[in-house]
Ligand binder design. Sequence first.
Ligand code: FE2
Ligand code: FE2
Length: 271
Amino acid sequence: MLLNKSCSFFSSPFPSVLLRENAGFSISCSFPLKNSNGLISGVTVARCPTKASGFKGIVSASKETNHRPISNVLFDPFEEVKRELLHIPSVPQDSLARHMYTDRCEVAINDQINVEYNVSYVYHAMYAYFDRDNVALKGIAKFFKDSSVEERQHAEMFMDYQNKRGGKVVLESMLMPMSEYDHPEKGDALYAMELALSLEKLNNEKLLNLHKMANEVNDVHLADFIETEFLTEQVESIRKLSEYVAQLRRVGKGHGVWHFDLMLNNQLVAA
Ligand SMILES: [Fe+2]
Ligand SMILES: [Fe+2]
């Protein structure tokens, strides 16, 4: 009744019967109306009564223009939330935060944690080799020590992410890395850098596979996390190691390596 009275100043493409059909339910919706001057105003229907005797909704018109699209879809949070309430875990071992996070993603994140840890472990072994008194390439040793820490940080970032999404971190075993890096033709520095370049490319491939899997299961948040936190950094690592390999190929195995090591040490100390 109130609706018809209020609407006498307006013309609307929406028949009032639309609102009458909803009598007996709680609804809240807005739609535009055109008044006698041709101006569009927003009209809000705030509430309907519970009795089936008639519609007594409260209608108010605002002067602001309403450009929102009209979908005729009513959102009833207390009705729709019932579905989510049913899925809140009651078992203490299950995550409460887990939402739209598939088992496939959980397993893949644990695999990537293992990849990052393994790379970190290899770099740590390289650090120990180049830090030996009879090798004494301090710059290369520091580079691999820093790289080892960085890869472990990557593993931790994936661990944090796993916990954030309600998955469970499962650490897998790691293979024992090599302890000797000398190579008869390439020498130790070039051989280790080529190995590091190959590892970074392999890691990049693993990250791209993880990103592809996230897209396949429509996990937008995981895909964004990998893009934002890892892919750019990974490409930059590959570029940097490629330059080191190219420089070491130029300088040979002897005195040139000592100069390369000095340059790298100065760069790392200045950074
Ligand atoms: Fe990494
Ligand atoms: Fe890396």
